[in-house]
Design a protein. Sequence first.
Length: 606
Amino acid sequence: MQDNNTIHTLSSATINQIAAGEVVQRPSSVVKELMENSIDAGASKIDVVIKDAGRTLIQVIDNGKGMSATDSVKAFERHATSKIVDASDLYALTTMGFRGEALASIAAVSRVELKTRREDDELCSKVEIEGGELMSQELISGQKGTQILVKDLFYNIPVRRKFLKTNETELRNILNVFQQIALVYPSLELSLSHNGTVLFDLHKDNFRQRIAAICGTKTSKDLLPIDVDTTLVRIKGFVSTPESAVKKQPSQYFFVNGRYIQHPYFAKAIALGYDRLLPSESKPQFFIYFDIDLDKIDVNIHPTKTEVKFEDEQALFPILVSAVKRALASSCSMPTLMFDQEDRIEIPSAVTDLSAIKTPNTGFNPSYNPFSGTHTPKSKTDGWQNLYDTVKGVKTMGEPCENEYGLKPDIKSDDLGLDVKPKFSGFVYGGKYIICNSEYGVLFVNIYRASQRVWYDRLSDMMVKGTGAGQMLMFPELLELTPAENLTFRQMRNSFESVGYSFEDFGVSTYKVNAIPSMIKDSESIAIIKDIISDPDVDVNGISSVLRERLLINLSNKSAVREVTSTDMAESLVESLFNTTSPMYAPDGLPIYFTIDSNEIKRRIG
Ligand code: ADP
Ligand code: MG
């Protein structure tokens, strides 16, 4: 009888390759697993070295407890782990890894070289493994801790290699993984370099400093702390002020027991906490750290998944919402349109949606007109768009921007939904401030910051619509860049063009600048570009929204006026300010105005 059996057992090499597919999807998964191993080994310093976005080399060096010579080979066997002995240990788990799969999987699809030494051992064990097979082991001298080199990832699985994305994308994934770990372990010294360039060199920090080092001081400065302790969970962290919410790629991080997770349901809870305080389409930034008993979450987290199942998500939702509300409410340290709860003034019904939320430090109301007691809401852009159109219509090329507010906006009273436009009465004080009447009291406005905000919104709108008006240069200038600058520039070119720049390729890293935004001076146009792209942070945060934000702030700072020379200009400016998305804060987060109301005056002088 013929043997028709077709089932056979797979070789262990094949089994390892299949399993590796689950754990090692891309270079960033290797970085994650290796860094987590270093953390589990008690390292206080971890250096990550990458070449070609991880295709040719991923090296992780730690100063952790190291391994014995025997363990250094055993570590590569599937299901080899020092972290659990049996299933009951799962419930007391405090380490990042426990499945004992990572090293076996990584070794199955690359060439690995491991060097490791425990403190008390004299010699280092050096192990070489290729495609899962042990090639050599020797004892050499070397430093305490563990060093792993992962070379030629997927060299034996061409299909997987082909499946990788561009170097830029893979590097971005690595950056993300690195940042996710760095944000939970501020006490660790961490570095990351790519093709010889140091991208991160982080010292021992506290949480806020670490957030600043990773997401920029602008983000970290505008964070409000959260600290909630319930029987169910401990939640610590930070949420952004409504004014520092961003339109694109917000920093939104959840961590559970030291592990980064994504949680769209909880992200909704955070957004709900802001209620209507966010400018439209803006997203809050947050860094939320959950500390929760292991029996309240599903511990069997798949190594590559970033979702975690909470036992009691429904109960956690309102806890999060109220934590955010409380953080926002407690931030009213600054004088604002609406004062502290006790001496809060009556808010006219047209703006009750603001007062309903008891968070006074949140002045966002696009339809607010500071001079009127009652008004119908109008769209945010009407006011300044009107002003802008008027300004644009008569603007001549190269005209200095200082004059722009001298043109009175042609806002008709019915545009504002009013029968009679309330009269502006105010004056310029000390050259720098406008003091004027308003619905809620006497308004003190910083002219430069107000102008920054108006320009920021205007430019941002232009960028979104891609309608930045450019002025042709009679004599095109040359923008000569270093290769590094050019790399950054290429990512930002579109953003520059959307505000009115026009470039023409002129050699490898040289461009002819044919047009510049009409609102900046010729003499500054090249300097601004250089300024922005040579900033050391830009390279690290090579993410278009960060660059866009930087460009916007830079341009608005340069375009803003520092003084107004007539009451009409003052009126235009204040009016335009209150038609912006966020009149309370300048783009870099500084307050623009404060008010003193009649209660306050009464309190002081009866
Ligand atoms: P797991 O982390 O799930 O235990 P891994 O395959 O990642 O599985 O690692 C296997 C074992 O190798 C770990 O349990 C640990 O004992 C050891 N190990 C791995 N990396 C290191 C390191 N950087 N320092 C010390 N020991 C390590
Ligand atoms: Mg591990």
